[in-house]
Design a protein around this ligand. Structure first.
Ligand code: NAI
Length: 325
């Protein structure tokens, strides 16, 4: 199993590599070849991580290679974790942010198309994750679209953790939470169909909190971590990426989770937008959980986040960051 991690010299890369190498993603019987893709400024950090990987003597780690071009980095990749990106910095206009990421994710998508293994599965972590995944997917016409996903599992895990904390319940007793839409402040953590030990979650915690402060707390958890910790989420983000890929291959242990993947039109989300929806995984593929009843409150929240994704898609199209047609 060849796993390519971009931004491997960065914080999330550093937190993820050792767990991938230890067997946390593919289990105790699957050897892993790691490919660390970095830009020149990040190569030293990636080399340092590679030295430490050697020092862990992981029995499952077959090899570690460092690459600085996407063509080499994605050659033969079965899994591509796209972590390196250009996040927004102070004073940066939205168009500049999208253009900078288009310059990263367009070529990476093309290299995945041309060089990765036929069964490649892609998870985009680098922000703006949904739209970066859209750009990469649009440059990879030969790869089935549903193999391109973006990470909303961190939001999902935050939503589970915070609900468990509020209810004084065990994480294992919680099911049926959905993160809808964009991995951004407009995301909608939805408790409408969630249960705690079989009881409707909104009955347990009350609608006022469950459809009020809770939504804000989950959506702004990243900012809360930055404020308290003095830096962005790292270990929890790497953990979520590992959960996402593990479940993709092994199936969902919990009945449902949330993944951003190209819409097939379910729940009125325009086709092709990479939006977070409720899913299960089986036989190596995500299956959207269809048929959930969406009430007026949820509809409005989902629509608002989907509108934001549509606007991002319009902007990257207008900027020429995705192939025409
Ligand atoms: P970081 O700044 O520590 O590391 C990023 C690394 O990416 C750097 O080593 C940099 O050299 C590398 N890089 C930049 N452009 C690259 C390219 N074209 N090819 C290969 N490598 C490249 O950042 P950190 O903390 O590891 O976060 C990475 C990304 O993940 C950020 O965009 C962050 O916003 C995002 N993130 C997403 C979350 C989610 O839930 N979707 C949660 C937390 C962070």
């Amino acid at each position: 199993m060849t796993v390519t991690v971009t931004g491997a010299g960065g914080q999330i890369g550093y937190a993820a590599l050792f767990r991938i190498a230890s067997g946390a993603v593919f289990g105790p019987d699957q050897p892993v070849a790691l490919r660390l893709l970095e830009i020149p400024q990040g190569v030293k950090a990636a080399e340092g991580a590679a030295l430490e990987l050697t020092d862990c003597a992981f029995p499952l780690l077959a090899s570690v290679d460092i690459a600085t071009t996407p063509e080499v980095g994605f050659d033969g990749a079965n899994v591509a974790l796209l972590v390196g990106s250009r996040p927004r910095t102070a004073g940066m206009e939205r168009g500049d942010l999208l253009a900078a990421n288009g310059a990263i994710f367009g070529p990476q998508g093309r290299a995945i198309n041309d060089h990765a293994a036929d069964d490649v599965r892609v998870l985009v972590v680098g922000n703006p994750a949904n739209t970066n995944a859209f750009i990469a997917q649009q440059h990879a016409p030969d790869v089935p679209a549903e193999r391109f996903t973006a990470l909303t599992r961190l939001d999902h895990n935050r939503a589970v953790g915070l609900l468990a904390e509020r209810a004084g319940a065990a994480v294992a007793d919680i099911d049926g939470i959905t993160i809808w839409g964009n991995h951004s402040a407009t995301q909608y953590p939805d408790l409408s169909h969630a249960t705690i030990a079989g009881r409707p979650a909104l009955d347990v915690v009350g609608e006022e909190w469950g459809r009020g402060a809770y939504i804000d707390r989950v959506a702004k958890r990243g900012a809360e971590i930055i404020e308290v910790r003095g830096g962005s989420s790292v270990a929890s983000a790497a953990n979520a990426a590992i959960d996402h890929v593990r479940d993709w291959f092994a199936g969902t242990a919990a009945a449902r989770t949330s993944v951003a993947l190209p819409s097939t039109g379910a729940y009125g989300i325009p086709e092709g937008l990479i939006a977070s929806v409720p899913v299960r995984a089986a036989s190596g593929a995500w299956q959207v959980v269809e048929g959930l009843e969406i009430d007026a409150f949820s509809r409005e929240k989902i629509d608002a986040s989907v509108r934001e994704l549509e606007s991002e898609r319009e902007q990257v199209t207008a900027l020429g960051l995705v192939p025409a047609g």
